[in-house]
Design a protein around this ligand. Structure first.
Ligand code: SF4
Length: 369
């Protein structure tokens, strides 16, 4: 079967893919609050803000937040002059709060170190807080017309189907990146008339509206005549994925402590698994840890704390290991102080906290929700 696994192939038809894509985009581009109208130049601030908000969050949810931010802070100088607390408050509900902290840090850096003007190269953008390779590429292409193709999950799917990439993810990423770049419209780097940003947005739109994970609408696709996956009839099986390697089971204990209608929580370290997210206190998560050893790591709360071990366990599967947590609960008197590094939050506002799924399960189990 034909595939793009070993080397890039260029048919006559492939040369017209960028043009077909742009023609389709001109007719079907989605109207999004951060997107300028056809022919208008994109504002780097709006592109950056939307790209940060769209990390791990869908377009529908992001829309109203984007509008609120723009109304309050219409440019990067205004956002860089805001307090972190105000930014976090406005962000509440979008989740993954480390993004909000980085957003603020980035705005401060652009305001104080770059005179309020975003760098216009990928390298310059990547040096800013919270901007990784994908976001730098997206901003460079969309806001500055740089000849670079940002590759997210949607674009990975379209490209791996188009070229029937047999190599599984994540190893296939460099090949997919290379193939995706061939779909950029022609232009010189930095050319103000470059349509690199439109090529990228066209692929993003195609991936989210036509080349969907299940049942792609191939009849409506501008690239359908030249799609290897479609020709083979197994397009839905792309992108190929390596079977998941799951590590050894880890065990631990989680401690659900209530003070009236409040819950004891802390923030995870910024770096590492679930970085910066909110959790109830837990023991270490280790393979071969017995319940007794885990229970001994309960938070040190002043006064006598009567722990109650909830029946059953909470299980969660992370990418690299499955986890089993025993849940201990305790109820402490009003005015009990939170141990160092922890805080009380009203249970009613937990939805505004950056709680990972595993913690939602633990809290539901501990509170009997
Ligand atoms: S033809 Fe179908 S599978 Fe191929 S890129 Fe278009 S929508 Fe995706």
């Amino acid at each position: 079967m034909p595939s793009a696994n070993k080397k890039l192939r260029h048919s006559d038809a492939s040369a017209s893919r960028p043009a077909l894509l742009l023609e389709w985009y001109d007719r079907h581009r989605r109207r999004l609050p951060w997107r300028p109208l056809a022919g208008e130049h994109a504002d780097p601030y709006r592109v950056w803000l939307s790209e940060i908000m769209l990390q791990q969050t869908g377009v529908k949810t992001v829309g109203p937040y984007f509008e609120k931010f723009i109304a309050r802070w219409p440019n990067v100088e205004a956002l860089g002059g805001a307090s972190l607390d105000d930014v976090l408050r406005m962000w509440a509900g979008l989740g993954y709060y480390s993004r909000a902290r980085n957003l603020h840090a980035c705005a401060v850096a652009v305001r104080n170190e770059h005179g309020g003007v975003f760098p216009d190269t990928e390298e310059g953008l990547r040096a800013l807080p919270g901007i990784g390779p994908y976001t730098a590429s997206a901003i460079a292409a969309i806001a500055f017309g740089r000849q670079t193709m940002p590759v997210d999950g949607n674009i990975e799917r379209v490209v791996s189907r188009l070229y029937a990439v047999e190599e599984p993810l994540p190893q296939a990423k460099p090949l997919i990146q290379q193939l995706a770049a061939t779909l950029l419209g022609p232009a010189r780097a930095g050319d103000v008339n470059s349509r690199a940003g439109d090529s990228a947005q066209a692929l993003m739109d195609l991936g989210s509206s036509i080349c969907t994970p299940k049942k792609p609408a191939c009849v409506l696709c501008p690239l359908n005549e030249d799609c290897l996956g479609r020709a083979r009839g197994d397009q839905e099986s792309f992108p190929r994925k390596a079977p998941k390697k799951t590590g050894a089971l880890r065990r631990g204990a989680a401690f659900v402590v209530t003070r009236g209608s409040e819950l004891l929580v802390r923030s995870r370290p910024e770096k590492g698994l679930l970085g910066g997210m909110t959790e109830v206190p837990t023991s270490d998560w280790l393979a071969d840890q017995d319940d007794k050893a885990a229970a001994k790591q309960a938070p040190a709360i002043k006064g006598a704390t009567r722990w109650h071990r909830k029946a059953g366990v909470v299980t969660h599967v992370f990418t690299h290991f499955p986890l089993e947590l025993v849940v201990h609960t305790a109820s402490v008197p009003a005015r009990t102080r939170a141990p160092q590094g922890m805080r009380w939050v009203p249970i009613a506002t937990l939805k505004d906290e950056a709680l990972p799924n595993v913690m939602r399960k633990v809290i539901a189990h501990g509170l009997g929700l």
